[in-house]
Design a protein. Structure first.
Ligand code: MN
Length: 442
């Protein structure tokens, strides 16, 4: 099944509300990747000052004391000079873009080559820079990444079906060669989506469609859930501002109504667990408008229950503590049948591990819980990138990734299958499009 032209009403046919898109009303729940949720500069407000060279280096040094500062500095200066006076559509210096992309990747604690490639990612395409020059100045590894990113830039993934399938194949092959290409591409797309209000109107829809159809599912497939959620949220707002607004407002209202109950549940959880000697951090997790809206679409139900809008996460010290915690929870409150899942015993293919359950908790409300260790929490947030963290092991991050990450191994297998499999566009699309349920007017 290709693009949903037959079974879903195309959004292009819907009258577009002319009003300005509602501002993102959702605040990030405590603990939910505050680093990724930097709000986009609002139109009319002064732009945030560009990050300085030493600030970028500092961000890297915090997680990687062995960083090659000289390399980062050279890439910074080279890209800044190459982009020169170029401006973004917002009027900001163009260089602010690759710099923000690099900054996003520092939140994921990526290696020097990836950060340098992020700084350089638009130089071959948009400036006089060449692959040979980049190879010479920064080495073949970085040259290869930048060239991969240059090729991706030319792909239009939401064009006619035949070329779309071919382009998708090219995208996947570039990723298979080095998954860091995808990481930079995702950060690039995230920054472009955060600043989408400056894009020409005709490009906005295409970019948002491509983001929600291709890049957000890919982020999910490699376990980068926070990134996927932000990409989905920004695309949703662009593609269906009305639904986004209604869902966000309702979410806000319900969260406000349940505020005391949420606090009460948190306290009870901590108390019960502490009594059994389990030292757990409890994090509240507000669900995102897009996931709520998609569920409403799928199941044709509204949202009323606390568990529709809010979940809890218990972070404990060890795997045995996970099972003690689930024991405490299940002996304290009745379990909702069919909701218990043990992804610690059987991890998902993208390495995600957690115990999930829903119980009937205080106030007779369903309470949705995820229980996991700190390490599992890192994987759940950063996915594949969590494996690229610096370790004292020998081996480049790329090797580390392929050695340690099941998600990467799985991705490569999938890509190999796709590449050698059927050449018909339809089968290619359905295999890669994951759960591309697209926002449409309801
Ligand atoms: Mn870019």
């Amino acid at each position: 099944m290709a693009r949903s032209s037959t079974d879903l009403p195309r959004m292009d046919n819907q009258p577009r509300p002319r009003r300005a898109p509602a501002r993102e009303a959702t605040r990030v729940a405590p603990g939910a990747a505050a680093t990724l949720a930097a709000p986009a500069a609002e139109p009319g407000k002064p732009m945030k000052p560009m990050m300085r060279q030493y600030e970028l280096v500092e961000r890297v040094r915090k997680y990687n004391p062995k960083t090659d500062e000289g390399l980062l500095n050279r890439a910074y200066v080279y890209a800044m000079k190459a982009h020169g006076e170029q401006k973004r559509a917002s009027g900001a210096p163009f260089f602010s873009h690759p710099l923000e992309v690099a900054a996003i990747l520092t939140d994921h604690k990526l290696d020097d080559a990836t950060i340098a490639a992020a700084l350089l990612h638009d130089t071959i395409e948009d400036t006089g820079a060449t692959r040979a020059e980049i190879d010479q100045l920064f080495g073949k590894d970085i040259g290869h990444l930048v060239e991969g990113l240059t090729k991706l830039k030319k792909l239009d993934l939401v064009s006619h079906e035949a070329t779309q399938a071919e382009n998708l194949r090219k995208l996947l092959l570039a990723i298979a060669e080095d998954v860091r290409v995808l990481l930079v591409k995702l950060a690039d797309r995230l920054h472009n989506m955060r600043t989408i209000e400056h894009m020409p109107p005709e490009a906005r829809r295409r970019v948002a469609e491509e983001t929600i159809d291709i890049y957000a599912p890919l982020a999910g497939r490699i376990g980068m859930y926070e990134l996927r959620e932000e990409l989905e949220s920004l695309s949703f707002r662009e593609l269906n501002p009305e639904a986004h607004k209604v869902t966000s407002e309702r979410l806000e209202a319900l969260a406000a109504r349940h505020k005391d109950l949420i606090a009460e549940i948190e306290q009870q959880l901590v108390r019960k667990l502490a009594k059994s000697g389990v030292d757990a951090k409890v994090k509240g997790r507000r669900k995102r408008p897009y996931s709520i809206w998609r569920k409403m679409e799928r199941k044709a139900v509204g949202f009323e229950q606390l568990s529709d809008i809010f979940g809890f996460r218990l972070i404990v010290k060890s795997i045995p503590e996970c099972y003690r915690a689930i024991g405490v929870v299940h002996t304290t409150w009745p379990v909702v049948p069919g909701r218990f899942k043990d992804y610690i015993s059987t991890p998902k293919q993208n390495d995600y591990r957690s115990i999930h359950t829903t119980v009937i908790g205080p106030g007779n409300q369903r309470v949705e819980l995820q229980i996991r260790t700190e390490d599992m929490d890192d994987i759940a947030e950063y996915g594949i990138a969590a494996h690229a963290l610096y370790k004292d092991d020998v081996g480049s991050p790329a090797e580390l990734l392929s050695r340690e990450s099941n998600a990467y191994a799985w991705l490569r297998r999938t890509i190999a299958l796709l590449a050698e499999g059927s050449n018909t566009p339809s089968s290619n699309c359905s295999r890669t499009r994951c759960s591309a349920s697209r926002p449409r007017a309801s």
